[in-house]
Design a protein around this ligand. Structure first.
Ligand code: IPE
Ligand code: IPE
Ligand code: MG
Length: 244
C-alpha cells in the first residue's frame, strides 16, 4: 500500500453545512435568532481551527437560496448579523491572514448587504493564509443554471461551440471557479443530506455528518472530522490508492 504522509491527510478544502442553529436556540428556550448569533461564535472557532490545522480553503454554507422562504424577521436578522459581523470581525480576519470571499448570486441582496460584501472582500484581499468562502444566496442548482445560461449565451453569440463544453469548462465557469473542489464536506445538526450545496463540486468529496448542533461546534469537533477524513481511502474510481 502506498505511503501517505501526514500532509496529504490534511484536506486542502473543507466545506461545512452549518446546520442546527434554530434547534440549539429552541433547546434553550430562546428564539431562533439567538441560535444564529451563537453560530457566529462557532464560525470564529471553526476558522481558527482550520487555520491551525493547515486547511487552505474553508467554505461555509451561510444562507441558501431556499432560506429566503423563512419568516421575514429571521431572514432580516441573518442579513443584519452578517453586516454587523463584517464590521466586528474584519480586523481579526486581516490579522489572521484570512482572505474572505462571498460565493452566490449577489443580485439577491440588498444594497446594504452588497456594501458589506464588497467591504469584507476588499479589506481582506491580501490574506494568504486561508481563503474563507461564505456561500450566501447560494444553491447548487441555481449556480449550475446560471452557468449553463452563460454558456448558452456564448454559443448563441458565436464565441463558443458546443464541442468546447467540457467538465473543465463547466468547473471553470461556476461561482467556485477559483477554488479547488472540497476534499471534505462536514454537516452539523444530524441531517444526512446536502441541501443543494456544491452538488457538482462534491463529486469525490468525503462526507462527514455529526449530530453536534452548529453553535456547539468547536476545535475538537473540527479535529474529529479531520481524523475521520484521514482514515478514508480516496480511490477516485480507481483500484489503487492514489499515491499523490
Ligand atoms: C442553519 O441553522 C443556519 C441557516 C440555515 C441560516 P438552521 O437555522 O437551519 O437551524 P435548524 O436546522 O432549524 O436547527
Ligand atoms: C442548509 O440548512 C443551509 C445552510 C446551512 C445555510 P437548511 O436548514 O436550510 O437545510 P434543510 O432545510 O434542513 O435541508
Ligand atoms: Mg436547518
Amino acid at each position: 500500500m502506498a505511503h501517505k504522509n501526514q500532509e496529504h491527510k490534511i484536506p486542502t478544502h473543507v466545506a461545512i453545512i452549518m446546520d442546527g442553529n434554530g434547534r440549539w436556540a429552541q433547546q434553550r428556550g430562546k428564539e431562533r435568532p439567538e441560535g444564529h448569533i451563537a453560530g457566529v461564535e462557532a464560525v470564529r472557532r471553526a476558522l481558527k481551527a482550520a487555520v491551525a490545522e493547515g486547511v487552505k480553503y474553508l467554505t461555509l454554507y451561510t444562507f441558501s437560496t431556499e432560506n429566503w422562504g423563512r419568516p421575514k424577521e429571521e431572514v432580516d436578522g441573518i442579513m443584519e448579523l452578517f453586516c454587523r459581523s463584517v464590521v466586528a470581525e474584519t480586523p481579526e480576519l486581516k490579522a489572521q491572514g484570512v482572505r474572505a470571499r462571498i460565493m452566490g448570486d449577489r443580485r439577491g441582496f440588498s444594497e446594504k448587504v452588497n456594501h458589506y460584501i464588497d467591504r469584507i472582500e476588499s479589506e481582506t484581499a491580501e490574506g494568504e493564509r486561508i481563503t474563507l468562502i461564505f456561500a450566501m444566496n447560494y444553491s447548487s442548482r441555481h449556480e449550475l443554471t446560471e452557468t449553463f445560461r452563460t454558456l448558452a449565451k456564448r454559443i448563441s453569440e458565436g464565441s463558443l461551440v458546443s464541442e468546447d463544453i467540457t467538465t473543465e469548462l463547466i468547473s471553470n465557469s461556476l461561482y467556485s471557479r477559483e477554488y479547488p473542489d472540497p476534499d471534505l464536506i462536514i454537516r452539523t445538526g444530524g441531517e444526512y443530506r446536502l441541501s443543494n450545496f456544491l452538488l457538482w463540486q462534491a463529486a469525490y468529496s468525503e462526507l462527514y455528518f455529526t449530530p453536534t448542533l452548529w453553535p456547539d461546534f468547536n476545535h475538537e469537533s473540527f479535529r474529529e472530522a479531520l481524523e475521520a477524513y484521514a482514515g478514508r481511502n480516496r480511490r477516485f474510481g480507481l483500484v489503487e490508492e492514489p499515491t499523490k
